[in-house]
Structures are given as C-alpha cells and as structure tokens.
Design a protein around this ligand. Structure first.
Ligand SMILES: [Zn+2]
Length: 195
C-alpha cells in the first residue's frame, strides 16, 4: 500500500477523524521537518507499554496510582463514578469536586450485551468495603444506559448504608459528560440528587 494512503487510513481510525481530516493532517505533516513525524510516531508508539490503569480508580496513568488517588489532600470519603477516564478531566476542569473517582469502563446496555460483569462494579464494591466511603456520586451520561446503570448501582450500594447521589439533569439528555459545557456540569455536580 502507498505509505501516504496507509498513514491516512490509520489516522482515520480515530473517532471523529474522517478520511478528509486524516488526509489534511498527513499532507501537513509531510510539509514539516521530518523530525515532527518521528516525534509524533514515537509518542504514540510508547503508549501501549508506558500506560496502565490506576490501581484504585482505573483511570489511565503511567504510575501505579494516578495523581488524584495519590493526592492525600483530596476528600477521601466521596467517590464520583464515571464511565470513561476523559470524564474525570472534564469534571476536574469545573473545580467543583474534590473527592476521588472510579472509572466503570462504560454503562449497562442490554442491547450491546454489556452487563454488570463487563463493568468495574466488583472493584467499586471492593473499595466500598475497604475504605470509609460516605457518598457515591454518579456522574454517568444522562441517557437510557446511564439511567439503567445509576438504578443498578443505587440498588446494590444503598443497602451498604452509603448515600448515592446522581448529578442533576442540567445536562441535556443524550449529552456525553465529556462534551458537556463546563458551567452546566459544575451546576449539575453542585445540585446532585439523592437516588
Ligand atoms: Zn486513580
């Protein structure tokens, strides 16, 4: 395969990058100093070996524990449950939350065959049994799968006498947390509702 077409096809595998954008990126890259392509390639190449999951919250990190879990100044008795690692960055950008996180790795979706055993729910329960947790704040997407996930988690966590709340629905239904407006997300965190 032509190396240019091959590079375009590889970049087009990214979400929201179509063939057109991929081709723009590659043609731009070929006008730069060759070192630029080498640097970009090298940075991508080292990801699979250098990146791992935080042993507490399962976000992506290059250390045993992520900087948030390792920070002893964070409030340790509240865990915010999110679907993906990038949701943490978004919530952190609001400055409205000072606890720790737990990355589920998706949401319950019978249609796509994703059940509780496919999410990091056992790992969450393990944390609840070992740490002194008083509140679980659910920051899953406000869609059907997020609703099902919230109801399921509230059902299994409430008997442990831990308060379960969910971020308020200031966020329009169907919006992914990652793409929510920061102000709206801050209000949703502050106005969280008991489940
Ligand atoms: Zn962590």
């Amino acid at each position: 395969m032509d190396p240019v077409q091959h590079a375009i096809a590889q970049l087009a595998r990214f979400p929201s990058i179509g063939k057109r954008t991929a081709s723009k990126m590659i043609f731009w890259l070929m006008q730069q100093d060759p070192q630029v392509a080498t640097d970009i390639g090298a940075a991508l190449c080292e990801l699979p070996t250098k990146i791992k999951r935080c042993s507490s919250c399962f976000t992506i990190t290059h250390e045993e524990q992520c900087p948030i879990c390792a920070n002893t100044k964070r409030t340790s008795n509240i865990i915010c449950v999110v679907e993906r690692p990038q949701d943490i960055e978004k919530i952190e950008s609001t400055g409205a939350f000072s606890g720790t996180y737990h990355v589920l790795g998706g949401s319950l979706s019978p249609l796509e065959g994703i059940g509780p055993e496919n999410l990091r729910i056992t790992e969450l329960l393990h944390r609840l049994k070992n740490d002194d947790i008083q509140e679980i704040l659910l920051a899953v997407d406000p869609d059907t799968e997020g609703d099902a996930t919230s109801m399921y988690l509230a059902h299994i966590i409430k008997p442990l006498e831990i308060q379960v709340t969910r971020i308020a629905h200031g966020i329009a239904a169907g919006t992914e947390i990652e793409y929510a407006n920061s102000n709206t997300l801050r209000q949703a965190l502050e106005n969280r509702q008991p489940m």
